[in-house]
Design a protein around this ligand. Structure first.
Ligand code: FES
Ligand SMILES: [Fe+2]
Length: 367
């Protein structure tokens, strides 16, 4: 007989590190600090750049005797080379050991490099199950690169998993219930093709400060998910005529914590469709910057409301779904491909996957 009330209710945990592209840092942060070290998907990594601006991401363990190469241990970059704090081995941007202080460099000493991609100044590295090569690429956002204001960044860490955080992008019910949005409606089915998932929805939200309603926003959002570490939400606010790109980047830290980074950019607002309270006399540059601060503050508030739930929830492999949860089943089948033994799913060739929905609230297994 058990005395532990949770013993029979223990949900199998999700594999902590699904395959995918995961955020490392911005180019600006790496360029400024020259070398950064971090715990990333259960291991230690370093990222550095040479004088020509090339960026590398590598396992932080020195091939010589295993010292951590990060700046916290004393690692540094000198003339574009990464120098180990333990015995001074020097590694070039290709990961080769090219010098030691006392003897010719061992030819076999090479850093373990990660496949790296940079998108709009954001640096990502690939994690493949069993060391497999990248299976898909991160596409550049549509709509051109011009005319976008500088990015705003914000990060938070909490106990969580990227599958659970990304699930919110198809969970429209929580937008009203947790965040208080009005008139939430799907603007088409969730579409899956290989590693890409797209969801579209519309909503209204008001922004109040000290009880005064400053803005009423009328929003259409398209979320582009490319694996569980990368979501880009393209947001169109109709009443002002404001476009925002919001990246939601979930990166597993150590198997228990996840680091969620928000990056937002607002397209330069030259001629707003309606006057914006308090900002109407500002030139376009400062107005765009201020609106971006307001956008990221609103997103930060939303994420903290989600964190209160994410940080304490347990994964339910067999959730009890109701009719309005249909897309969660689609999403969970999409996620299977990122795990060991997972199958690539979805409507390859453009066929969206459709959910079969339990008309009542019966138990169903989305897998
Ligand atoms: S452990 Fe890095 S040089 Fe010896
Ligand atoms: Fe949310």
């Amino acid at each position: 007989m058990t005395t532990d009330p949770y013993e029979h209710d223990a949900a199998p945990a999700l594999h902590p590190f699904p395959a995918g592209w995961y955020f490392v840092a911005s180019r600006a942060a790496i360029g400024k600090r020259k070398l950064i070290g971090k715990t990333w998907l259960g291991g230690r990594i370093v990222a550095w750049c040479d004088d020509a601006g090339a960026i590398r991401v590598a396992d932080a363990a020195c091939p010589h005797l295993g010292s951590d190469l990060g700046p916290e241990t004393g690692g540094r970059v000198r003339d574009g080379r990464l120098v180990c704090p333990f015995h001074g081995y020097e590694y070039d941007i290709g990961g080769r050991c090219v010098a030691t202080p006392y003897a010719p460099p061992p030819r076999s000493a090479r850093l373990d490099l990660f496949e790296t991609r940079e998108l709009e100044g954001l640096v990502f590295a690939w994690h493949g199950i069993g060391g497999r090569e990248p299976r898909w690429e991160l596409p550049a956002p549509g709509g051109g690169a011009d005319d976008w204001g500088d990015p705003e960044f914000w990060s938070v860490r909490f106990p969580g998993h990227p599958q659970e955080t990304t699930e919110n992008s198809v969970d429209l019910a929580h937008l009203r219930y947790v965040h208080g949005y009005d008139a939430v409606s799907a603007a088409g089915p969730v579409e899956v093709e290989g590693a890409r998932l797209t969801s579209r929805f519309d909503f209204r939200r008001s922004h109040t400060v000290a009880g005064i309603r400053l803005f009423a926003w009328d929003v259409s959002a398209v979320t582009h998910v490319h694996g569980l570490g990368y979501s880009l939400v393209e947001v169109r606010e109709h009443s002002i005529g404001m476009d925002t790109r919001l990246w939601v980047l979930a990166t597993p830290v150590d198997g228990a914590l996840v680091e969620l980074t928000l990056v937002s950019r607002v397209r330069r607002i030259t001629r707003p469709r309606r006057p914006i309270v308090g900002l109407r006399f500002l030139p376009a540059g400062p107005r765009t910057r201020l609106m971006n601060r307001i956008v990221i503050a609103a997103q930060r508030r939303d994420v903290m409301q989600d964190v209160a739930i994410w940080g304490r929830k347990r994964y339910r492999p067999r959730p009890h779904l109701c009719r309005s949860d249909g897309e969660i089943g689609v999403y969970r089948r999409y996620c299977e491909q990122f795990y060991p033994g997972g199958r690539v799913c979805g409507g390859r060739g453009g066929e969206p996957v459709s959910a079969s929905i339990d008309p009542g609230d019966g138990r169903r297994d989305p897998g």
